[in-house]
Write a protein that binds this ligand. Sequence first.
Ligand SMILES: Nc1nc2c(c(=O)[nH]1)N[C@H]1C(S)=C(S)[C@@H](COP(=O)(O)O)O[C@H]1N2
Ligand SMILES: [Mo]
Length: 318
Amino acid sequence: MLLKKAADMGSSEITPRGLYLNRRKFLAGTAIAGAALGVPAVSRLFSPSTIAEANAKIDGIQKSAFSTSEKITPFKDVTNYNNYYEFSTDKYEPAGLAKDFKTRPWTVTIDGLVKKKQVLDVDTIIKMATPEERIYRHRCVEGWSIVVPWVGFSLNELIKRAEPLGKAQFVEFTTLYAPNQMPGQRVPVLDWPYVEGLRMDEAMHPLALLGFGMYGEVLPNQDGAPLRIVIPWKYGFKSAKAIVRIRFTDKQPVNTWNKAAPSEYGFYSNVNPHVDHPRWSQARERRLGEFLKRPTLMFNGYDQVASLYSGMDLKKNF
Ligand SMILES: Nc1nc2c(c(=O)[nH]1)N[C@H]1C(S)=C(S)[C@@H](COP(=O)(O)O)O[C@H]1N2
Ligand SMILES: [Mo]
């Protein structure tokens, strides 16, 4: 069991008020079964069957110097407490609802300001470089954190092969839109599909990971299979799951959470204990499974990215 529930923000807290009320109205006006969507979970037991959906082991994984030596969060916590609004706003539900999500065949479209526009099979991408285990801290904007042994390689491996044009200043990531498979997309809680973005130098930073596994295995569906990004120095929502498109652009992408609540979620979203969310402090966080909160670190402790933001006002560019 997790010991952190008391401190969790419910979905009503991450969801901006207007949207939340709209969603409730929407739910009230349509007789959707299980309209409990708007009600944050108080307590639920893990279903062992979701944990048993063990995925294939990944061969030839190398260790990474970027890994933290902090205690890894148990697999069952990381895979049963998920933010994945395409499936549900209830963090306990994606594990079950994503069980039959189809991750093959799967292609990723690479387009925009890039020399090699192409549609790549996800298995071609996965084989592009040596898989590494990267044990990263992950800090959700809601105040909880985890330590996860991801499997993947630097996103820049893919970007370099695509040969972006000199004009490309940003990269935009788009998640699959498949309301037939993703029940959360039948509800207008966010503007689907989920979109995220990075500045080119952020995307090229070796810490920015293209992930396809965790704990030595293929990524569980609820954690973003078959392919996601993991940006450890930014709040969790920047780490988009189930990516189908990577577009290079000269304009700053409009990321989904920024569109939903521009005063609450910025484009940069670097972990920053000195810039509070308008509705709660960001100074501390609770590790899943721990009781006491710990201080949140600037850039989530990844100081090596600080130079990317030198000269920038990170209170303005939150
Ligand atoms: N497509 C998509 N990606 C997403 C989200 C989402 O709702 N949809 N939630 C984000 C948020 S808020 C967090 S904290 C992380 C959670 O990743 P995890 O469930 O693997 O811990 O995924 C991020 N990526
Ligand atoms: Mo999050």
